[in-house]
Write a protein that binds this ligand. Structure first.
Ligand SMILES: C[S@@+](CC[C@H](N)C(=O)[O-])C[C@H]1O[C@@H](n2cnc3c(N)ncnc32)[C@H](O)[C@@H]1O
Ligand code: SF4
Length: 361
């Protein structure tokens, strides 16, 4: 029987209300469930004392502490990036990536700094994606299914046990705004007890779904929004992102993949500068991460990226950063997340993986 995740906030609230149990016990359940190390099928809800007696049979019959399991864990050669392959209850897999980047030192140091955890977790919101961007490995899978809010939160739980997480970015598999209700519910759980992430430290990345962007602004104020733009004109955008639509530019980060010979020449920099100069945006130029030998795209060279950045900064006064990609050697970088059959032979034969922790292989 399919069970609900205890972190499916709406489900547990509804069930508690139906059974006449005070929902104020829910944060206590989450707290105990998040610190337990018992990942097996048989989590004993009695480990959480002081719940009303009616809560225990309800929890046993409807909820699981974890509906997903950490199947495999891959580390990049420098141990800065770790990729988690997570098996969902329906047998599908999603990936989440931990990046240990020290923003204050401006370098990757492989460990959280003293005085506070600094890791960023990139999480998935869907299995596959229907938006079909031509440069994205997840897009090639097509859409399989939405994650529940509990399955989204569980990625944070699995990751927290590997590294303390300070930032969460929805830049893994899927278009988060196409799974809106689960996204909003998951963010609410992450920003409440016991996780207590600051909304300022959560970034939702989107291809630009206008009505959902506006709604998100009301439902979750304070959250960061990143818009994957990738072209200064609609024509190029439609060619590489079939789902491209106009969207209002607010105070947001614009993500722009530098594709050699497609969107990266000086004319494009001027077009982008003109498009964005009246808005308060930060442009993040990101390298294209190879998604297989057959890809029609290559990343722009450093010189072109640097010229592009200089035009945006110098002429149009737009704050422009250049992203350094992490985790390419474990296919854990942006857009490389596509779930391959997780059998050991295919992992070993990929030749990219430098360090594998086999959990259930
Ligand atoms: C995988 S998407 C997930 C979030 C959301 N669906 C979106 O498109 O913004 C996260 C980011 O990775 C970028 N991306 C996709 N494929 C890429 C690739 N091959 N190289 C570099 N970035 C890529 C996307 O454009 C987006 O900015
Ligand atoms: S880039 Fe984002 S929207 Fe486009 S296919 Fe990949 S996951 Fe989907």
């Amino acid at each position: 029987m399919t069970m609900k995740s205890i972190f499916d906030a709406r489900e547990i609230k509804v069930e508690f209300e139906k059974a006449g149990i005070n929902p104020s016990f829910i944060p206590l359940i989450w707290k105990q469930a998040s610190i337990s190390h018992n990942d097996g099928e048989n989590f004993e809800w009695e480990q959480i004392p002081s719940l009303p007696s009616a809560a225990y049979p309800l929890l046993y019959s409807k909820f699981k502490r974890l509906t997903s399991s950490l199947h495999s864990l891959f580390h990049s050669s420098d141990h800065v990036t770790s990729k988690l392959l997570i098996k969902l209850q329906n047998g599908a897999f999603v990936e989440a990536v931990i990046m240990r980047y020290d923003t204050r030192l401006g370098k990757y140091n492989g460990k959280p700094r003293p005085g506070g955890p600094r890791s960023t977790l990139c999480i998935s919101s869907q299995v596959g994606c229907k938006m079909g961007c031509k440069f994205c490995a997840t897009g090639t899978m097509g859409f399989k299914n939405n994650l529940s809010s509990g399955e989204i939160v569980e990625q944070l739980l699995h990751a927290t046990r590997i590294s303390p997480i300070r930032n969460v970015v929805f830049m893994g598999m899927g278009e988060p705004l196409n799974n809106y209700a689960a996204l909003v519910e998951a963010v609410r759980v992450m920003t409440g007890p016991p996780f207590q992430l600051s909304p300022k430290r959560i970034t939702v990345s989107t291809v630009g779904i206008v009505h959902a962007i506006n709604k998100l602004h009301n439902d979750l104020p304070g959250l960061n929004l990143a818009v994957s733009l990738h072209a200064p004109v609609q024509d190029i955008r439609c060619q590489i992102m079939p789902a491209a639509r106009a969207f209002p530019l607010q105070k947001i980060m614009i993500e722009y993949i530098m594709l050699d010979g497609v969107n990266d020449d000086e004319l494009h920099a001027h077009q982008l500068g003109k498009l964005l100069e009246t808005f308060q945006v930060v442009v993040n130029l990101i390298p294209f991460n190879p998604i297989g030998t057959s890809s029609q795209f290559r990343t722009s060279n450093e010189q072109r990226v640097s010229t592009f950045q200089k035009i945006l900064r110098g002429i149009y006064k737009i704050r422009t950063t250049v992203r350094k990609e992490m985790g390419q050697d474990i296919s854990g970088a942006c857009g490389q997340l596509v779930v391959n059959p997780p059998d050991k032979r295919s992992i070993e034969s990929s030749g990219h993986l430098t360090d594998i922790e086999d959990l259930h292989l």
